[in-house]
Design a protein around this ligand. Structure first.
Ligand code: GDP
Length: 298
């Protein structure tokens, strides 16, 4: 929590503090409410959630009157908005002796490969046996990068020849995982987004071949928090192509747009489960609404 707070406090452009300052004015006139809306929109919270939050705040502050504890009202309403009653547990365990299979999807550069490595590290620290699949075969560097993570974390990485079929690598990775009786197989996939049909073919095939051997327990969409609306468009395309079960929001350390958490959860109807807070091996954390809001409020 401390680390999240440090990372967010400096970089969020003061979303929480900005709101708090506005709400603490002596008179909450229409201009002030407009500024509050602008602040939320500028942080990528999205139009509808912004309207709902402002409505809630207006009502509560009117009801509670001059004696209201503005900070705790804001905190409560932000936590409710961010929490959205979603289950954020990572599904990494299979059933009936089969490993859990985690597919990691997203556009190139979002931080997929790095995230696969970091998740492996977390699972290994919990004494789970893990195998990685380097199915991002279109980017030779991605395969090497994952191999390096494998060495660092101490897990096997199944890789194919450069340019080989991603689905065949994914198949081989899960086959190896089943054979070795590991707990979880994490598959790094390719993220070319030139055309939706191609992406759908490719990810669909990866999922199908994997499911011949073990159920896919989690499909994590990796999104770069710094890409704002562009990231939202990507998120939409991926969610149309594959059943996304969780979001990993990377580069939150470098974004003033923390509101994208709310926007993307609302858009896809799935929770943010993990956040990336830097490039280092330990810079991936489970997402908890309370800690996130506390970090925003500083
Ligand atoms: P991929 O193409 O989606 O597999 O992306 P990579 O895993 O290769 O990551 C792209 C770049 O983003 C690399 O330089 C990573 O170190 C960096 N990166 C990934 N996650 C984070 C994060 O949470 N914060 C920051 N600052 N950089 C990150």
């Amino acid at each position: 929590l401390q680390r999240l707070r440090q990372r967010l406090a400096g970089s969020q452009g003061g979303l929480g503090k900005g709101l708090l300052a506005l709400l603490s004015r002596d008179r909450l006139d229409e201009d002030t409410w407009e500024s509050i809306e602008d602040t939320l929109l500028a942080a990528d919270v999205g139009v509808k959630p912004t309207q709902e939050l402002v409505e809630q705040l207006r009502t509560r502050l009117r009801v509670e009157g001059a004696g209201a504890d503005v900070r705790s009202v804001l905190r409560e309403e932000l936590v409710t908005l961010v929490d959205a009653g979603m289950d954020r547990r990572l599904q990494v365990s299979g059933a009936d002796g089969a490993p859990g299979v985690v597919l990691v999807v997203g556009v190139n550069g979002a931080g997929k490969t790095t995230t696969v490595g970091k998740i492996a590290r977390i699972l290994v620290a919990e004494d789970r046996a893990v195998t990685l699949g380097a199915a991002d075969t279109f980017r030779a560097a991605a395969v090497d990068q994952l191999a390096t993570w494998g060495e660092r974390v101490g897990v096997d990485v199944v890789r194919g020849a450069e340019g080989s079929d991603p689905a065949s690598v994914a198949f081989e990775a899960v086959r190896t995982g089943v054979e070795q009786g590991v707990d979880t197989v994490i598959v790094d996939t390719a993220g070319r987004l030139q055309n939706k049909a191609g992406l759908m073919d490719e990810l669909g095939k990866v999922k199908r071949v994997v499911e011949k051997q073990a159920p896919v327990t989690e499909v994590l969409l990796v999104l770069d928090a710094t890409t704002g609306q562009n990231g939202m468009i990507q998120a939409r395309v991926f969610s149309e192509v594959v059943d996304v079960t969780g979001i990993v929001l990377t580069k939150l350390d470098g974004s003033a747009k923390g509101g994208i958490v709310v926007a993307v959860q609302r858009e896809l109807g799935v929770p943010v489960k993990l956040v990336g807070l830097g490039e280092g091996p330990d810079d991936l954390a489970p997402f908890t609404p309370e800690a996130f809001v506390d970090a925003l409020l500083g």
